[in-house]
Design a protein around this ligand. Structure first.
Ligand SMILES: [Zn+2]
Length: 188
């Protein structure tokens, strides 16, 4: 939420962010980049070009605050779902969704192909832009809408109970398509 404050300037923000990203995406990723000294100021400039609905996608991703079943795996009664968009051998985890080709294909339907699909770029850790903030916000929105849709949960549970017997992914992709259409118009 610090990034939502326009007048916030702290020399330690890069350090704090690196620590949080280590928690969210692991030490190997966190050690794979070095933020420039003016990175945060540059990010804030682009934050000023987007509405609050778009801004919120960035801190929620950097902080690992997507409501995945993996995040809540320690709560009783919670089991880890597969990727809700149908990627095989992938779990319902944020570190998958920041790379999930199906989820980001829905984003690309509206914003076009990305020049750089790395997590560094998608998180605006390099070359931040208002376009990247909008892409991330739309991915976050689509995930939130689909994962909380009762029909999606029904299709997922049917798939888990009887894999291959249902049109699970076609149905869920239809929900995602509708969500991406609605979400895109909220980005402006
Ligand atoms: Zn996936």
């Amino acid at each position: 939420m610090r990034a939502l404050s326009w007048d916030l300037h702290t020399v330690n923000f890069n350090v704090l962010l690196a620590r949080k990203i280590t928690t969210t995406f692991g030490s190997a990723f966190a050690s794979s980049f070095l933020l420039t000294s003016n990175w945060f100021d540059e990010l804030l400039q682009h934050f000023q070009l987007v509405k609050p609905f778009v801004k919120i996608g960035w801190p929620k991703t950097a902080a690992g605050a997507w409501c995945t079943s993996y995040r809540f795996r320690h709560m009783s009664g919670t089991h880890i779902l597969p990727c809700i968009f149908g990627c095989q051998q992938c779990d319902d985890r944020l570190d998958h969704y920041v790379e999930c080709p199906v989820l980001w294909s829905f984003v690309a339907n509206y914003f076009g192909a990305e020049e750089d699909t790395s997590l560094h770029s998608r998180l605006c850790l390099v070359s931040p832009s208002d376009l990247k903030l909008r892409r991330l916000a739309l991915a976050h929105y689509i995930y939130g809408q689909v994962s909380s849709d009762p029909d999606c949960l029904h299709f997922l549970n049917s798939h888990i109970a009887s894999p291959g017997l249902h049109n699970t992914w076609r149905e869920i992709h239809g929900i995602a398509l509708g969500s991406s259409r609605a979400g895109y118009h909220l980005m402006w």
